[in-house]
Design a protein around this ligand. Sequence first.
Ligand code: MG
Ligand code: MG
Length: 266
Amino acid sequence: MIHYKSIEDIESIRESSLLVAKTHALLAMEIRPGITSLSLDRLAETFIRDHGGVPAFKGYQGFPYTLCVSPNEVVVHGFPRNEPLREGDIVSIDCGVLKNGFYGDSAYTFGIGEIPCPVARLLRTTYESLYLGIEQLMVGNTLGDVSWTIQRHAEKAGYSVVRELVGHGLGRQLHEPPELPNYGKKGQGEPVRNGLVVAIEPMINQGRRFVMQESDGWTIRTADRKPSAHYEHTVAVVNGKAEILSSFELIEQALKENNHNSFIIR
Ligand code: MG
Ligand code: MG
């Protein structure tokens, strides 16, 4: 059953989602060749707790960290590591926060220094597919319209859509109904209603769509070891239209101030 949210609930989810965005912005200031993702994880946990939140992923079904850090061929759910990030890597950083009883969830794929042009194109297309999907989240449409739009944009560019992992409702739980796949058919699935809150999170592969789980029980990587990109916003439906509750503006402002990052989408 889908829990449609009140305006008050949505404001609480916005507060949690903005704390995720501020955490991402803090990481964007620090991310550069040579830094370890484990040090980013520590920064993120301290920042979230200092701002009255709880890291949502830490302890979730036994996940041991604040951040999911997924470089290059890792799609999602990678562990932060005590190994330096390298120039030319891409790395998806997924972060969730619980604050005042409500969750926020957002992910951003960073380019470390100069990244190869074909990989930059993968990031840009994935990012565009997220925003095109969000535009379809309106009363009068169904969730299938969102899914179809994301899939079409990614596949038109020659990429493939991961099927095994999907977007989701959220609120008092990190993962609630409905599921929101990044592939689907126009006009199918649940009708979009006011009060719906979902995490929309395209996971788009440069190569084939197939994924594998590593022996750590968490890390999901592409079967062909080609790169994968991932962007995620928490989005509410208010007055018939999508309202993005997380924020990439804060992240991108921080990237502009961090001279170590040459790759910025906008
Ligand atoms: Mg997430
Ligand atoms: Mg999510």
